[in-house]
Design a protein around this ligand. Structure first.
Ligand SMILES: Cc1ncc(COP(=O)(O)O)c(C=O)c1O
Length: 446
C-alpha cells in the first residue's frame, strides 16, 4: 500500500529507496551530487532517498509514495515539475538538436531577454552552474581591479576561492585560502573597517532569511564604490523569486555584477552572469571562461520559456502571496498552540524556513521529528518552504492542516525533555552552509 498526501496510518515503505542506497554506497563516492538532497538531510529509516517523478507541486518516490514537495529541487523548480510550457519548449528544441558545432541563436535571444528583466544586465554571460558564474564573476573582478582579495557572505558553490575558507577545505592550497574573507551580514562598521585597497570584490547573497537593515545594501554599494571594490550579488535564491530581476530589482540597488541560476529554467542546468559592460568586456580577450556545454540549446529554450512564463504570470507576486499564507499560517498555529516561543517560520514569503528556539531543545532532533511526522502525512519536508507557481491554495491548506496535526507532537516531545525518544530514524546532519562570522579579515591598521 503506497502512502499519499493524506494522514497515512504508517510511515512510507521505502524498500526500493533503501536498495538503491545500498547499491550507491558500493559504487558512488560521494553518493549524492547535491549535499542538500542527500540522506544527511532526510532522516534515514523514514524518509525516501530517491525520487522517480514529479508533476506540479507533487513528487513520487521510487517506491510509489506521493508527496507534496516544498524543496523545489533545492531551488530550480520555480514553475512546477513537468510544467507544460517549459517541457514543450524543450521537446520542440529536441527535435532540432541539443548541442551544435557553432553558436546557437537562442544564446542571443536569451541574452536580450535577460537584459530586459535584470536591471544591471548591460552585458550577459551564459554558463552552466552557479559555481561557474560565481567564479567567473570573481575572476573578472580581480582582472578589472588588479586586486586579489575577496569578501564574501553566503554560500557560493564548490570552487577553491570560496570553499577554501570553510571547514571542507581539504585539497585547497593555503595561498588560495588566504585570498578570501567573510564578513558579517548587516554589519557595515565591520565591513568598512576591513575594506582596503587589496579587495577586488565583495560578493553576497543580498538576503538569505534575515532581511537587510534599511539602507544596508545601499551603504554597501557606496562603500564598495568608494573603495574601488566591485559589488557582486549572488542571486541564486533571490533571482526570479523575490522579483524577476531578483534582489537588485526588489531593493532597487544595482550591483556591478550579479549571478543567477536555479529558478531561471525550471530545472534545466543554466547560469547567468550579468553586469557592467566595461567589466564584462574583459571576458572577450583577457579573462578566460568557456565551457563545452555553455550553448546547450535545451537549457536555453527552457530558460527562455521559463522567464517568459514567470513574467507573463507575475509569478513572484504569486509566490509572495501563497508563501505568505503558509508562513503566517504556521506562525499563527504556533501562537494558538502556545508554541510561539519555541518555533517560528522566518524569511521572505517566497522562501521561508521553520526554526526552533534554543530553549526548545536540540534543533536537529526537533527538525528530524518534524520531518518524520510531515513525511508520514505526505509532505517531503526539509525545513524550508521553497515556493513554486504550482503550489495551490489547496496545497497550502493541506500543509497547514499537517502542521496543525504535527506541532502538538513536537510540543509533547519538547515537554518530555527527550525528543530522541520520539524518533524512528537517524538524526539529521547540520546543513552545510556556514555563511558568515568566520575568517573575518582583520581591521585595516593605519
Ligand atoms: C547562493 C548560492 N550560490 C551559489 C551556489 C552554487 O550553485 P551550483 O550548485 O549550481 O554550482 C548555490 C547553490 O546552492 C547557492 O545557493
Amino acid at each position: 500500500m503506497k502512502n499519499g498526501i493524506k494522514f497515512n496510518d504508517t510511515y512510507p515503505d521505502i524498500t526500493v529507496s533503501d536498495q538503491y542506497y545500498e547499491r550507491a554506497l558500493a559504487v558512488q563516492k560521494p553518493i549524492t551530487q547535491t549535499l542538500a538532497k542527500g540522506p544527511g538531510q532526510f532522516t534515514k529509516g523514514i524518509a525516501p532517498k530517491y525520487l522517480d517523478r514529479g508533476k506540479g507541486s507533487h513528487v513520487w518516490d521510487v517506491d510509489g509514495n506521493e508527496y507534496l514537495d516544498f524543496n523545489a529541487a533545492i531551488g530550480p523548480i520555480s514553475l512546477g515539475y513537468c510544467y507544460p510550457v517549459v517541457d514543450d519548449a524543450i521537446r520542440q528544441q529536441l527535435t532540432k538538436g541539443i548541442t551544435f558545432s557553432l553558436m546557437h541563436p537562442l544564446e542571443v535571444e536569451l541574452a536580450e531577454l535577460i537584459r530586459e528583466v535584470i536591471p544591471n544586465a548591460e552585458a550577459v554571460k551564459i554558463s552552466k552552474t552557479g559555481a561557474d558564474v560565481c567564479s567567473a564573476a570573481i575572476r573578472v573582478a580581480r582582472a578589472f581591479t588588479g586586486r586579489d582579495k575577496v569578501f564574501c557572505c553566503g554560500y557560493h558553490g564548490w570552487h577553491d576561492w570560496y570553499i577554501g575558507v570553510t571547514s571542507r577545505n581539504a585539497g585547497i592550497p593555503e595561498a588560495i585560502q588566504d585570498m578570501t574573507y567573510t564578513f558579517e551580514y548587516n554589519d557595515m562598521d565591520s565591513i568598512r573597517a576591513a575594506l582596503d585597497d587589496t579587495v577586488a570584490a565583495l560578493i553576497l547573497e543580498p538576503f538569505i532569511f534575515e532581511a537587510p537593515k534599511p539602507g544596508f545594501l545601499e551603504e554597501l554599494a557606496e562603500a564598495c564604490r568608494q573603495n574601488g571594490t566591485l559589488l557582486i550579488f549572488d542571486e541564486m535564491w533571490t533571482g526570479f523569486r523575490i522579483a524577476l530581476g531578483g534582489a537588485q530589482e526588489y531593493f532597487n540597488v544595482k550591483p556591478d555584477l550579479a549571478v543567477y541560476s536555479k529558478a531561471c529554467a525550471n530545472g534545466m542546468p543554466i547560469a547567468l552572469l550579468t553586469g557592467r559592460t566595461d567589466v564584462m568586456e574583459l571576458f572577450d580577450y583577457e579573462v578566460f571562461s568557456y565551457t563545452t556545454f555553455g550553448g546547450e540549446a535545451l537549457s536555453l529554450a527552457a530558460c527562455m520559456a521559463t522567464i517568459q512564463e514567470l513574467r507573463d504570470k507575475n509569478v513572484p507576486a504569486y509566490l509572495n502571496e501563497k508563501g505568505g499564507m503558509l508562513k503566517d499560517g504556521y506562525n499563527q498555529l504556533a501562537t494558538d498552540l502556545g508554541m510561539a516561543h519555541l518555533t517560528k517560520c522566518i524569511g521572505y514569503n517566497c522562501r521561508s524556513m521553520v526554526t526552533f528556539a534554543p530553549e526548545a531543545g536540540n534543533g536537529l532532533e526537533l527538525k528530524t521529528l518534524m520531518q518524520q511526522e510531515m513525511i508520514k502525512r505526505g509532505i517531503l519536508w526539509a525545513g524550508f518552504h521553497n515556493m513554486c507557481f504550482s503550489h495551490s491554495e489547496e496545497d497550502i491548506s493541506y500543509a497547514l492542516s499537517a502542521y496543525r496535526d504535527v506541532l502538538p507532537i513536537v510540543k509533547e516531545a519538547i515537554e518530555s525533555g527527550n525528543v530522541k525518544m520520539y524518533l524512528e530514524g537517524d538524526v539529521l546532519e547540520a546543513v552545510f552552509r556556514k555563511t558568515s562570522n568566520y575568517n573575518i579579515k582583520p581591521k585595516v591598521t593605519a
